[in-house]
Write a protein that binds this ligand. Structure first.
Ligand SMILES: Nc1nc2c(ncn2[C@@H]2O[C@H](COP(=O)(O)OP(=O)(O)OP(=O)(O)O)[C@@H](O)[C@H]2O)c(=O)[nH]1
Ligand SMILES: [Mg+2]
Ligand SMILES: [Zn+2]
Ligand SMILES: [Zn+2]
Length: 395
C-alpha cells in the first residue's frame, strides 16, 4: 500500500508534500485543515488551539522536495505534513511501506477490546518471538497507554461502546494508532513498516458513506479483520444461559445490524472506492474472526484445535496447518449456528479469506456483572494478525 496518509487516509503524493515550520518563535496562524481533522470535519468554529506554526506548500521546496524554507523566518524544515489534514507523515508513508489493517464488525462485536489487547500482545510478546520490535509514531503510545490500555490492563474494566465518528467531540477519537514495526522474518533481512489501527464505531458501519474517513480506511487497507460476535447469532444464544449472554454483551441484538449486513456494506464500499465491477472478487485478505470465544468454549467439540493455544509464536513461524484446521472448524460452526448468509458472502466476494476464533480477554475471563475482569490472558488473538502479515509477505 503506497502513499496514503495514515491519519486521514487520503492519497498522498510525496511531490505535493507540505512542511510545517519548526521554529517555535515563528509567527503562528490558524490551521483550518488541522482543526477540521481534529473536530471530525463537522464544521465547528475554530478553537484557539488551531493557531499553529505555518505550513508551507510546494512553492517553498528546496531541492527534491525533502524540505522547505519558511518564508517568514527563513528556517529550513524537514517536518513533512499531509496536505489534506496537516498531520505529520511517517517516513514509511513516503517509501510505501505502510500497512493499514482495518478492524470492522457490528456494534459490540469486540473491536475496541481486540485492538487494545492485540497492541499490547504485539509489543510485549509476539514481536519478540519473531525477532521484531514496535514503537508508536508521534503521540500514539501515549494515546494508547492513557486510553484503552489503561482501561483494560490497569482498571481491569471494559471500554464504553465507541461513539460515532460524527458525534464524537473527543479530539483523539479521530486519530488512528500508528506503530512502526521492525521485523526479521525467518532468516530474512530486517523489515521496517508502519501499521495503522483505527477504531471504528460499529454504530457507523450502517451509515458509511463514500466521503467518510472510515470508508477510505477500509477501502485502502492491506487486510481486514472482520469481527463476528458469536452471541449475535440466535443459534448460539439458544445454547447458552442468559447470564453467559449478558456478561459478554451490552446491547439488544434485535435492533442491530448483524455481521452479514455489515460485510455487505463493507463490500459495497470497497467496490465503489476501487471501482471494481460486481463480477470481480476483492483480493484484500479478510480474516473473519469469531471474537469472544470464551463464553462459547464449551460448544466446541472435544479435541478442537481452536481451543488449543496458538502455536505460531512458540514455533517462531506461521503454522499453515493450524490455520487451516481452525478455519475449517469455525466455518462449519458458523454454518451450523445459522451464519450461512455470512459465509456465503465471503466465499462469493473475496478471493482470500480465512476463519479464526479469539478470546481477547481469555478463557474463563468474561466480564462480571460490574464489567470487571482479571488481567487479560488472551487466547489466539495474534493468529489473524500474523496471517495478514504473512499474506502481505512481511513474515
Ligand atoms: N467474554 C468476552 N466478552 C468480550 C470480549 N471482548 C469483548 N467482550 C464484550 O463485548 C463488549 C463490547 O466490546 P467492544 O470491544 O467495546 O465492542 P466494539 O466492537 O468496539 O463495539 P462498538 O464500539 O459499539 O462498535 C465488551 O464490553 C465486553 O462485554 C471477550 O474476549 N470475551
Ligand atoms: Mg468500540
Ligand atoms: Zn492526512
Ligand atoms: Zn517559520
Amino acid at each position: 500500500m503506497a502513499n496514503i496518509c495514515p491519519y486521514c487516509f487520503s492519497d498522498f503524493s510525496p511531490a505535493a508534500s507540505e512542511f510545517r515550520c519548526v521554529n517555535p518563535r515563528c509567527v503562528k496562524s490558524a490551521d483550518i485543515e488541522a482543526t477540521q481533522f481534529r473536530t471530525g470535519y463537522i464544521g465547528r468554529t475554530l478553537p484557539d488551539e488551531s493557531i499553529m506554526p505555518r505550513v508551507m506548500g510546494p512553492k517553498y521546496f528546496k531541492g527534491l522536495g525533502s524540505s522547505a524554507v519558511c518564508p517568514e523566518c527563513k528556517i529550513k524544515s524537514h517536518k513533512r505534513v499531509c496536505p489534506a489534514c496537516h498531520n505529520p507523515i511517517p517516513e514509511s508513508t513516503l517509501t510505501g511501506k505502510d500497512m493499514i489493517l482495518s478492524i470492522v464488525g457490528s456494534r459490540n462485536s469486540g473491536k475496541t477490546v481486540f485492538m487494545g489487547i492485540i497492541i499490547e500482545e504485539l509489543r510485549r510478546r509476539v514481536l519478540n518471538s519473531f525477532g521484531g520490535a514496535m514503537w508508536g509514531f508521534e503521540d500514539t503510545a501515549q494515546r494508547y497507554d492513557n486510553g484503552v490500555y489503561k482501561k483494560l490492563y490497569k482498571e481491569l474494566s471494559m471500554p464504553e461502546l465507541t461513539v460515532s465518528a460524527l458525534a464524537d467531540t473527543d479530539e483523539n477519537a479521530h486519530k488512528p494508532l500508528i506503530f512502526t514495526m521492525s521485523f526479521r522474518g525467518f532468516g530474512q533481512r530486517l523489515k521496517t513498516f508502519t501499521i495503522v489501527f483505527f477504531d471504528t464505531a460499529g454504530e457507523d458501519m450502517n451509515e458509511l458513506d463514500t466521503m467518510s474517513t472510515v470508508t477510505r480506511y477500509i477501502a485502502k487497507s492491506a487486510g481486514i479483520i472482520f469481527l463476528i460476535d458469536p452471541l449475535s447469532l440466535q443459534g448460539v444464544r439458544a445454547l447458552l444461559s442468559d447470564d453467559d449472554v449478558k456478561r459478554s454483551n451490552s446491547i439488544d441484538f434485535n435492533d442491530q445490524a448483524g455481521a452479514g449486513a455489515v460485510i455487505a456494506k463493507v463490500t459495497q464500499l470497497i467496490r465503489n472506492e476501487r471501482r471494481l465491477s460486481y463480477t470481480r472478487k476483492i483480493d484484500i485478505p479478510v480474516a473473519a474472526v469469531f471474537s469472544k470465544l470464551d463464553p462459547i468454549e464449551r460448544l466446541f467439540p472435544n479435541g478442537s484445535t481452536t481451543l488449543r493455544n496458538s502455536p505460531h509464536c512458540s514455533l517462531q513461524k506461521f503454522d499453515r496447518n493450524d490455520r487451516q484446521m481452525v478455519s475449517d472448524e469455525i466455518h462449519s460452526l458458523l454454518n451450523e449456528w445459522g451464519a450461512g448468509y455470512f459465509t456465503t458472502q465471503l466465499q462469493t466476494v473475496y478471493s482470500n479469506y480465512s476463519y479464526f476464533a479469539v478470546s481477547s480477554l481469555g478463557l474463563g475471563n468474561a466480564p462480571d456483572e460490574n464489567k470487571k475482569i482479571r488481567t487479560p490472558h488472551p487466547h489466539r488473538v495474534e493468529d489473524p494478525l500474523l496471517w495478514l502479515l504473512k499474506e502481505n509477505r512481511v513474515i
